[in-house]
Design a protein around this ligand. Structure first.
Ligand code: NOJ
Length: 540
């Protein structure tokens, strides 16, 4: 059985501004990431997804790119990127870049040229309508809460920008634009990157007739619109197939093991439903490799809800499609905060439980930086806000994304070990007690638990690519088996979502591989057993 590296890998998302600042300017950078590679290796990380580091005016903190081949000086330079690649490879860590190809910055030279004249060769790389007084439809700029059509007096037109006016959208129906992006992808493949996370990939194509979206009752995150026409137009399949071909034709990274699937393409669908995510993989195995299913990010704390969500995801995937799971990213409140309890001990125990679930379900796990130490969110004062969405929606709590982007908490030092006394966003006030240094010294910490889980995944093939079979269990228990090649090879996972003890029935004696409440190697006798509050038990 051939297994692609990205099916087995544990991914870790770095939001580079907030990871580690090597030069004291308040903003994390590439040398900062390089400095922490040993930490990441120790954590059992196989691949990094790094949020955009391209030159950018930072109106959306890198999701507004002004040069797709460069590195923003805030993060370092080409030499720093090469050093990061080299050091990461030495440790067996792959690097996935974040390609923001739905839109550029309004300061990208392409757009400067496009907006100067209707005759400019780059004009049709973007989406325009004639200025007739009113916008042509009801599409919204979601970070500005106003129309997505922004006037360009120079040409007497409006251009489309569904995020901010500083993020004009490309016309992916234009063949020249498409090949320009494939060249950009080849450029980074030639430098040895292992793949791309594709920002709002399902938004590349819009309704050719630019029809208005119908009304929806959902205010958040849909702005009272059913987004039928401004995003997720299924013509994206043609682009995905072309991107896949470029990836498959890229030079082998390791000539000794040249095989397709070496480079990975990961879609960020523009929507929260698993069906849209599954569609990014196509049906013939010739589109994207992975796509984020964001259902866990809105899943309430219910064992059976997680089970139903995972089963739905598995069922929706096309034949040969591979699932993935994530609990957090730079756009959504952190999982430790979402699943907090009034009792701090339970919040901590729940973080261990979700970690065990993430790392033992069938699918590629994606961790978000700081999740491994249980970083949480705090409400920030207006003056501290940086995110355009947070500023536009203030004082509505937690619609903005700054709370989940605070600096990584490395130590209890006055700068939290981040590297600057006044970082671009304030440290979360709990950094003095919740930090890497403190948790490294504590075998019972969340960080130690994550390390044990990734280690177990590396040791046990069933956890990486075995089939999954859910075990019928009582309401607050989530239980499943990961199956090996032979009928007797199987690992059992029991997760108690309740804060009280719960009795379960065990078919045959089990040997503990890893447990939040039990020592590895200890035995659980057949018959009735009791799981402690929020206990995670992984056994054979
Ligand atoms: C999705 C990214 O995750 C988000 O951070 C960004 O603001 C938008 N796409 C626009 O690029």
């Amino acid at each position: 059985m051939r297994v692609a590296w990205w099916e087995e890998a544990v991914f870790y998302q770095i939001y580079p501004r907030s990871f580690k600042d090597s030069n004291g300017d308040g903003i994390g950078d590439l040398p900062g990431i390089t400095e922490k590679l040993d930490y990441l290796a120790e954590l059992g990380i196989d691949a990094l997804w790094i949020s955009p580091v391209f030159p950018s005016p930072m109106r959306d903190f890198g999701y507004d790119v002004a040069d797709y081949r460069g590195i923003d000086p805030i993060f370092g330079d080409a030499g720093d990127f090469a050093a990061l690649m080299r050091e990461a490879k030495k440790r067996g860590i792959k690097i996935v870049m974040d390609l923001v190809a739905n839109h550029s910055s309004d300061e990208h030279p392409w757009f400067t040229e496009a907006r100067a004249s209707r005759e400019s060769p780059k004009h049709d790389w973007y989406i325009w309508v004639p200025e007739t007084g009113a916008p042509p439809n009801n599409w919204k700029a979601v970070f500005e809460l106003g129309s997505a059509w922004h006037p360009n007096p120079g040409t007497g037109e409006r251009y489309l920008g569904t995020f901010t006016r500083h993020q004009p959208e490309f016309d992916w129906r234009n063949p020249e634009l498409r090949s320009a992006f494939y060249d950009i992808m080849k450029y980074w493949y030639d430098l040895g990157v292992d793949g791309f996370r594709l920002d709002v990939a399902t938004a590349y194509m819009k309704d050719p007739e630019l029809r208005s979206n119908p009304f929806s009752f959902r205010a958040i995150p849909d702005f009272f619109q059913k987004h039928l026409h401004d995003r997720n137009h299924r013509d994206f399949h043609a682009v995905f197939r072309e991107m896949r071909q470029v990836a498959d034709e890229s030079p082998a990274l390791d000539p000794a093991s040249s095989s397709p699937g070496e480079r990975v393409l990961i879609a960020e669908p523009y929507g929260e439903d698993a069906e849209l995510a599954a569609s990014c993989l196509g049906v013939a195995g010739d589109e994207l490799h992975l796509a984020f299913n964001f259902e866990f990010l809105k899943q309430p704390w219910e064992a059976q809800g997680f089970r139903a969500s995972a089963e739905r995801w598995y069922a929706l995937l096309p034949k040969g499609g591979w699932p993935n799971f994530t609990l957090g990213n730079h756009d959504k409140p952190r999982s430790a905060w979402r699943y907090r309890s009034r009792k701090p001990g339970i919040t901590e125990a729940r973080a261990k439980l979700t970690a065990a679930m993430l790392l033992t379900l069938k699918g590629t796990p994606f961790l978000y930086y700081g999740e491994e130490i249980g970083m949480t969110c705090q409400r920030l004062p207006k003056a501290a806000l940086r995110d355009p969405l947070g500023i536009a929606t203030w004082p509505l709590g937690f619609l903005g994304r700054d709370p989940e982007r605070t600096p990584m908490q490395w130590s209890g030092a006055s700068d939290g070990g981040f590297g600057s006394p006044s970082p671009w966003l304030p440290m979360n006030p709990d950094w003095k007690t919740r930090n890497v240094e403190a948790q490294e010294a504590d075998p019972g910490s969340l960080l130690s638990w994550y390390r044990s889980l990734t280690k177990l995944r590396r040791e046990e093939a069933e956890l990486r690519h075995g089939e999954i079979r859910f075990v019928d269990s009582e309401g607050e228990i989530l239980a499943y088996e990961r199956l090996g090649e032979r009928p007797d090879d199987k690992i059992l996972v029991y997760l108690n979502f309740s804060s009280r003890r719960i009795r379960i029935g065990i078919g045959k004696e089990l040997r503990v591989l890893l447990g939040s409440h039990r020592a590895p190697g200890s035995l659980v006798a057949a018959g009735a057993a009791e799981l402690g509050p929020c206990e995670a038990l992984i056994a054979r």
